[in-house]
Design a protein around this ligand. Sequence first.
Ligand SMILES: NC(=O)c1ccc[n+]([C@@H]2O[C@H](COP(=O)([O-])OP(=O)(O)OC[C@H]3O[C@@H](n4cnc5c(N)ncnc54)[C@H](OP(=O)(O)O)[C@@H]3O)[C@@H](O)[C@H]2O)c1
Length: 254
Amino acid sequence: MADLFSMKGRVVLLTGASRGLGRDMAITLAEAGATVLCAGRTVKELEATARTIQRKKGKVDVVPLDITDEAAVREQVEAILRRHRRIDVLVNNAGIIYREAIVDTPTESFRQAVETDLIAQFVLAREVGRHMLARKYGRIVNISSIMGVLGRATVAGYVAAKHGLIGLTKNLAAEFGPDVTANAIAPGYIRTELNVPLQQDKAFNAMLEQRTAAHRWGTPVDLRGPLLLLASDAGAYMTGHTLVVDGGMTTILA
Ligand SMILES: NC(=O)c1ccc[n+]([C@@H]2O[C@H](COP(=O)([O-])OP(=O)(O)OC[C@H]3O[C@@H](n4cnc5c(N)ncnc54)[C@H](OP(=O)(O)O)[C@@H]3O)[C@@H](O)[C@H]2O)c1
């Protein structure tokens, strides 16, 4: 049964592998047998992820990349294809957030969120997708958010981009079938550096405990199963889908 979720022999390009969810995803995918290409801007942190994987005898490479730099994305995809011959799986995990009321938000902040959380994923899916289509195999996993299905004050750029990413996922599915699947994961609140202010907010913690059937924050470990499902052959008949992994937050009003 474990073979169903195996990533053995697969080459995975994973963005945002330097910390948070991406770091845990890199380790998970490597433990499942993949060669993980860890992309992000902070090389030192990517190398730390790589060392953890190497200590566990996993296969890993570091890919310095700002995902908002389209020319750099193209160059890195070409370089990966020269070096590894293929990309079987693309995990669009990297993302940013800013917190400000709409009336106080400079257009540039909103634009930056959309650039990093939506347009970069489009560019990566297009560049890697061309190659996947030619090879007749591919898995694209976009990391959206419950903010891709709900609104929340002060995070307009993030909400708009994460909603857009779910839409983009459906269109990738429409255009990339039958051999390439595209799905999204919409995590709820998972403890990482991204949400430190919320972790320290008592009122938010009380709301989170009440609004989740799980009565707790998620941890990166909670995303391992959903990721392997969508990245492996276990999810072969799923495409265009968004898997909400939120301890029940978006299904429960109170
Ligand atoms: N944590 C949660 O509760 C939660 C919930 C729902 C969805 N998500 C989503 O899950 C993903 C990961 O979140 P996280 O909590 O792990 O965040 P995090 O701890 O802040 O990590 C974000 C990652 O994205 C990378 N990144 C940001 N901008 C980049 C750029 N321009 N180019 C390349 N890499 C970039 C960062 O690396 P560098 O800065 O080194 O480039 C880092 O590795 C995000 O898409 C986020 O929206 C998180």
